[in-house]
Design a binder for this molecule. Structure first.
Ligand code: ME8
Length: 643
């Protein structure tokens, strides 16, 4: 069995993960599921990059130890991956012993070999990106070229990794291995960067504590990128007592690192050089994908321009989220998240094109054949076109998935879905159903529809998790016909579909849902990006609040309740009418006190009888431990609205 090892970047614990980070993880999950479907023995690694000055600073601001801070975020991240049904095999954290011990050894070995040496560094340091920049790289003479934040000028003793020593080797390696860095445009970026001349890389810091210490000189902390990149092999047990996984997967058939374009250079230059220096085979491939952007630019927590999957999944389902994420970033470009596109993808692609096709097919099998159909020898002039399209789609889909072009693979699938919908229009089953002599032809049409849907279901398995299961359940497809090997038109012999079809994707109300997602986008202003932005659970929306109709009411008359001393009964003019309101304020106000007050009335409260007296609303009051005060608005008129 061929092996396949796939990794995501390990994420910084800088807060809740958004759809951007989730994209990489969902993409890897989908590719991993595809490889399993194709019969590979796969291993999927993700995790957290938990060291560095930024983590130390954020933890301090939250009055937590760095360890407590990263523990909380690691837990939340695992919960999110569970919600997205990410089937990873291991979750590595760089604060784990199994990792730290090996990073120490890696550093010492490189030092011993003189690939790393001790020198002095002066440079402009960006805490956020954990990177040094030269003066000429800075924006406006002081700001980080990557994130725009101010840098600090730092001079310190530092260890350096000799990158130039490996420059020629790396260029040749890239040239000899055309598939090493994809897409091609990213490879070209890397090549021109290397040709610009590599310089020794500073690989230790003395300005903070939170990291793996250099064993032979513990005042130095190992640079977070040396620490982080090593995760891809420490997680497999490299240099540990048990190196089985390392030998099997790193030494296996395919190794793929998936990263965002922002961290291409670290993976395409530092990592292969580290491996070469350590005498570990550089047998990985690197795919650097584009970014999710918002309509007006980069996602930004500080500006509240950010979308979180756990806001969308409970309302729209896992598959809607996964579908959007996987579809909207093209192979070599960026994608944009907008509420309009999200709702359109659910309504057009999922509900209309795919969901309806399944629903219509099941309904027709129920209506015309009492739920059961068989393969027969009848034909129509349109069958071959459909069969050809299915074959063509299997080819196009697998070529795209093999090349990490998941968005293209989805487009091929939807092209088959629309071809299958067209087959219904061409063969007009409802017309065939009227003619008893066309019964076989009709059964053949429905069979072809089910068979096409079965193929669609198999290819959807890595993409839509619940919907592919739902399709197989509703069509009652046996498990041996849900596999890649069963993809041959005609393998299905007979089928009995459910007599209770259930739409997989209900249509969304465009206006309501676009508005809802819009409020999510504007509802996440973060407090300096340092909080997890957890909302208390008892929040209401503005729509909830708007349900309460409040107006000014003038109290015309007031008496003590005939059967309860603590209640007053007031006659209140709210302009539309004079209403009677019972309120529990007599301990604080006499009836005379109340008369003439202009108070706040909740007008649309359901009338109730309190001790036998009708009450048609509520007078608002504030209550402290010892006092109660009725709210008054003396400059307004009865009936004036309060909002
Ligand atoms: O860079 N669109 O961690 P990180 C798409 N710890 N993908 C996005 C994205 C967006 N808007 N924003 C982030 C680090 N990503 C290091 C990695 S690996 C040895 C160390 C994804 O938390 C993208 O894959 O900043 C990017 O590379 C990754 O999140 C960065 O995550």
């Amino acid at each position: 069995m061929k092996t396949f090892y796939i990794t995501t970047p390990i994420y910084y614990p800088s807060g809740k993960l958004h759809i951007g980070n989730s994209y990489t993880t969902v993409l890897c999950d989908s590719i991993n599921r595809y490889k399993k479907l194709r019969g590979y023995d796969t291993y999927y690694l993700t995790g957290m990059d938990e060291h560095g000055q930024k983590v130390e600073t954020v933890a301090k601001e939250r009055s937590l130890t760095p360890q407590a801070h990263v523990d909380i975020i690691a837990d939340d991240t695992k919960k999110l991956w569970k919600m997205l049904d990410i089937k990873y095999d291991d979750f590595i954290r760089t604060t784990e012993d199994r990792h730290e011990v090996v990073v120490e050894q890696i550093f010492e070995q490189l030092l011993k070999q003189d690939d790393i040496y001790l020198g002095e560094y002066e440079g402009h340091y960006c805490i956020h990106d954990e990177s040094f920049f030269t003066e000429t790289q800075l924006v406006d003479g002081k700001n980080c070229p990557d994130c725009g934040r101010p840098t600090e000028l730092i001079k310190e003793e530092s260890y350096f990794l000799r990158l130039p020593k490996y420059q020629d080797w790396l260029l040749k390696y890239i040239e000899d291995n055309p598939g090493f860095i994809t897409p091609e445009s990213r490879k070209n970026e890397v090549v021109s960067f290397i040709k610009g001349g590599l310089r020794d890389l500073s690989v230790s810091r003395t300005s903070f504590e939170w990291g793996v210490k250099v064993k032979s000189n513990p005042k130095h902390v190992i640079y977070v990128w040396i620490d982080a990149l090593s995760n891809y092999i420490t997680a497999l047990g490299y240099r540990s007592k048990d190196t089985k996984l390392f030998n099997k997967y790193w030494g296996g058939d395919e190794v793929l690192h998936v990263v965002g374009k922002d961290i291409l250079r670290f993976h395409a230059i530092y990592w292969p050089i580290m491996l070469k220096a350590l005498d570990i085979p550089v047998n990985f491939k690197l795919y650097a994908h584009g970014w999710y952007l918002m309509k007006d630019g980069k996602m930004s927590k500080s500006k509240g321009k950010v979308v979180y999957p756990d806001d969308l999944i409970p309302r729209y389902g896992l598959d809607a989220m996964r579908y959007f994420l996987l579809k909207e970033i093209p192979y070599s470009g960026d994608g944009v998240f907008t509420p309009e596109d999200f709702v359109a993808r659910v309504n057009y692609d999922l509900a209309n094109d795919f969901g309806n096709l399944l629903n219509r097919t099941i309904n027709m099998v129920n209506k015309y054949f009492n739920s059961s159909i068989k393969k027969n020898s009848a034909t129509t002039e349109f069958d071959q076109l459909l069969v050809d399209k299915v074959k063509e789609t299997i080819e196009a889909y697998s070529t795209s998935m093999d090349a990490m072009k998941v968005s293209n693979a989805i487009s091929s699938l939807w092209s088959l879905i629309s071809r299958t919908n067209k087959y219904i229009d061409e063969t007009t089953p409802w017309v065939l159903a009227k003619d008893e002599t066309k019964k076989d032809e009709l059964e053949n049409v429905l069979y072809n529809l089910v068979e096409s849907l079965r193929h669609i279901g198999v290819m959807l398995k890595p993409i839509l998790l619940d919907a592919s299961k739902g399709l197989f359940t509703q069509l009652n497809i046996p498990t041996n016909l849900q596999t890649w090997d069963s993809l041959e038109f005609g393998s299905l012999k007979e089928v009995t579909v459910t007599d209770k079809p259930n739409p997989l994707f209900p249509r969304l109300d465009k206006k309501i849902e676009e508005e809802f997602i819009g409020t999510l986008l504007s509802g996440h202003p973060c407090k300096n990006c340092k909080d997890e932005e957890k909302e208390p659970e008892n929040l209401i929306t503005i729509e909830d609040f708007d349900k309460v109709e409040m107006v000014v009411g003038e109290i015309l008359e007031c008496k003590v309740h005939p059967d309860a001393d603590r209640l007053l009964v007031s006659q209140v003019n709210t302009k539309d009418k004079v209403r009677q309101i019972v309120s529990g304020v007599s301990k604080y106000y006499s009836p005379e006190d109340m008369i003439g007050k202009k108070v706040v009335i909740v007008k649309n409260l359901k009338p109730v009888k309190l001790r036998g007296v009708l009450s048609e609303g509520m007078i608002l009051a504030g209550k402290g431990r010892k006092a109660l005060e009725v709210l008054e608005l003396n400059n307004l008129k009865p009936g004036d609205k309060i909002s």
